[in-house]
Design a protein around this ligand. Sequence first.
Ligand code: ADP
Ligand code: ADP
Length: 228
Amino acid sequence: TPIVEVDHLSKRYGSGTFALNDVSLNINEGEILALLGPNGAGKTTLISTICGLVSPSSGTVRVGGHDIRKDWRAARRLIGLVPQEIALEPFEKVIDCVRFTRGLYGEAPDDAYLEEVLRSLALWDKRDARTRELSGGMKRRVLIAKALSHRPKVLFLDEPTAGVDVALRREMWLVVDELRKRGVTIILTTHYLEEAEEMADRIGVINKGQLMLVKPTAELMGEFGKKQ
Ligand code: ADP
Ligand code: ADP
């Protein structure tokens, strides 16, 4: 069964237009799905609703079989989220920062897992550095390490390459590729087709709150007349 099940999800903020309009979608374990769409399409709303941070106007979300509204605690444990706007504590050491987040989930410390996460993100050598000493790319990787700290089953990355230069975008693609090899399930948002193509197994195109289509990357790129 899919790890994430989104069923007829709609969201209207106040009396405005629908930010999400009847979205249904399943995500399988080990899969990397990119939600592709222009600014204002509803990508952040979709991710925030799946993670239980925004309440839907109608529809349901299940994560690992747990209803995100009715069984929030159980569902939330399975989710790691890297939101768009998030800051690190500048004077905190990398390793403490990740430990702290794990603690927020009430998980017992697990230094072996912590090391594994930091190594997989090429941060092990920087574990005792203060976050303010890190480069932009490293900071982003620390945010991912924090999101992975409680060993979630699904990782959400909201615009992981927003506002970064080309070199950093490529670095992020490599990070995602490394996580893929480790079997992490990832849902990310982007407004670059090239980026979705590079990272994802499947691409969902979202526009004006509607999920226009969801297709395997190779199939979708074939339709654009490119070789995959
Ligand atoms: P994207 O992530 O694709 O840029 P968003 O999910 O942020 O899209 O936004 C979808 C639509 O919902 C936009 O029209 C946006 O203005 C609106 N919206 C997003 N968040 C809020 C909010 N908190 N209150 C009111 N409208 C919102
Ligand atoms: P969650 O994954 O549940 O969203 P966060 O780690 O994003 O948790 O942060 C929850 C709260 O703890 C926020 O108020 C944030 O400012 C604070 N916080 C997060 N990480 C640290 C840290 N390393 N040191 C101190 N405070 C932190």
